[in-house]
Structures are given as C-alpha cells and as structure tokens.
Design a protein. Structure first.
Length: 304
C-alpha cells in the first residue's frame, strides 16, 4: 500500500503522490477500512445496550428479593455478577467510542474517488497525481479561524477545513488543482427565561467552497486576462451552486464556487443534495470553454 495505515489511523490524514491506479487502490482500501470500522461500531453499540439491559434487569431482580433465608443468601451472592455486567457495559461503550473516532466521513473519500474516475482519461495512466484528504473533524481546534459576538448576542466560532486537494498535469500540458474547503459557524447564546432559569441555545451553519485552478502556457492563450467578462457568461453550473470568485491572469484561471446546501459525492446522489463530483466537472468544462475562446481569438488574429 502507498501509505502507512497505522500512521493514517493516528493522524487521519491521507497524503500520497502517484499514478491513478495506486491512488484508486488506496481509496478502495480506505473504503474497506471504513466499512470494517462501521461494522465494529454497530456490533459494540448493540453489545453495550445488551449488557446495560442485563445489568438493569439483574439489579431489578435483586431489589425484588425478600428478607427470607433463601433470598438473603441470593442477595449476598448476586453483587459480583451485577458489577461484572456493569463493567462490561462501560467497557463496550468505551470501545464503541474508540471506533467512533476511527469512523471516516464516507463522502470525503468518495468525492476523491469519483473525481479521479471522471478525469482519468484527461490525466493519463502514468501521470503523477498528488492527493491530500483530511478526515479530522471540521471543528478541530487547529481549524478555528476566530471567535466573535454577533450583533444579536450570539457567541460565534468560525472554522475553516481545507480537507481536499488534488494536483496533476493533464494530457494537454495544463496544470490542474482542485480543492474543497468546508466552513462551519457554531453559535451559542445563554439567556434568562421569565421563570428565572438560564437556557443555552446552540446553532450551527455549514457551507463549502469548491475551487478549480488551471495553469496554462501564456503563449497559447494571449490576452486571457481580458476575457473575464465573457468567462462569467460561460459558467455553466448546477442549481444551488453559485460563482463566488473568478480570476483570469496571463497564464492561469481560478474559479471558486459556493455550495450553501448539503452536498454528496454519489455515485447516486440522494434528495436535493448538491452533486459535488458533477460540479467539479462542470467547473472544469466552463473554464476550458474560455480557453477555447482564447485560442479562437488567437487564430483569428493570425489570420488577419
């Protein structure tokens, strides 16, 4: 395998550079690993509740014992099995929480797999692809941007999670970089009710940015920076996805879109979630449409 599985379990960050085949094998291993963790989580969760039910039933039975000679003897003999069941319940919950930490967000490795699959013909089998996936929680302390108080009195924490990055060179020589940043705002507010009790409310808002950047040879695309107005008209994106930033330079193009709704990576997107792999492909096609326009203008200038 191209990465250390023990180190990944500790850091929960995948980093690798290699051909598509190796990355696809790694992502499949991640999927299988995640499936094993999910199965273990369910097993230990069920075991914990079975032990808890047995513990409660055991102590209820003990409380129903009378003060007779036989019941008194049973009462003396029963504490240890009850304590063993209680310890088993705690142990099952502890193991469950450990597996919960190892559980991966499915759509993250699925997005990487789907994007690589859809771009495989434009990348080539032997081209090196650099892929980074961060599976640590969005609200990890190191991802905190800052804290502030809103005008309405909410205490807000802002998090930024640049968890996905893919870089490679396409068959036509264009350097491609795709990235996704998950944003999260957690808000809380404590107020005193009319009865004198203090109540704390919690809210959170989540959205994401998808980014595609192309670096091209300036000699092939003269006056590319002048096509920004036409480029905005050329954007063809799914519903619920909006252009947040578009920049064109002499040798590069940068497009960032805002995804305010929940997103999914498929392959069969459910409900009204945004299809993230499809959005990436449409962003890339929109930028290439602008590149084609610049080549046509260059050819027209030569012909004249």
């Amino acid at each position: 395998m191209a990465f250390n599985i023990d180190r990944f379990r500790e850091e929960r960050v995948y980093r690798c550079s290699g051909p598509i085949r190796e990355l696809q094998e790694d992502l499949e291993r991640l999927r299988l690993l995640d499936m094993e963790v999910e199965q273990s989580r369910r097993k230990w969760w069920k075991s914990a509740w079975v032990c808890l039910a047995a513990t409660v039933g055991f102590f209820v039975y003990r409380m129903m014992l009378d003060d007779g000679l036989e019941d008194a003897l049973a009462r003396r003999l029963t504490p240890w099995p009850g304590l063993v069941l209680l310890a088993g319940t705690v142990g099952c919950f502890v193991v469950y929480l450990r597996f919960r930490r190892l559980d991966l967000e499915n759509r993250r490795y699925t997005l990487a797999s789907q994007v690589i699959h859809r771009l495989r013909r434009d990348i080539g089998p032997d081209a090196s692809v650099r892929l980074e996936l961060d599976f640590t929680p969005v609200d990890s302390p190191e991802k905190l941007l800052g804290k502030h108080t809103t005008p309405s009195g909410w205490n807000a924490e802002n998090f930024s999670d640049p968890w996905f990055s893919l870089q490679t060179r396409l068959l036509d020589g264009t350097h491609l970089r795709i990235a996704m940043v998950q944003r999260l705002m957690k808000r809380s507010r404590t107020r005193r009710s009319a009865s004198g009790k203090y109540k704390t409310k919690h809210r959170q808002d989540s959205w994401a940015f998808l980014q595609v950047q192309l670096r091209v040879k300036a000699a092939r695309h003269q006056d590319l920076a002048l096509l920004e107005p036409e480029a905005r008209q050329a954007m063809r994106l799914p519903e619920d996805v909006a252009v947040d930033k578009l920049r064109l330079g002499e040798d590069r193009m940068f497009l960032r879109t805002l995804v305010e709704k929940d997103w999914d990576a498929g392959p069969n997107v459910q409900g009204d979630a945004v299809d993230a792999p499809k959005t990436v492909v449409m962003m890339l096609l929109s930028l290439y449409q602008v590149l084609n326009s610049s080549r046509q203008l260059r050819q027209q200038a030569k012909a004249s």
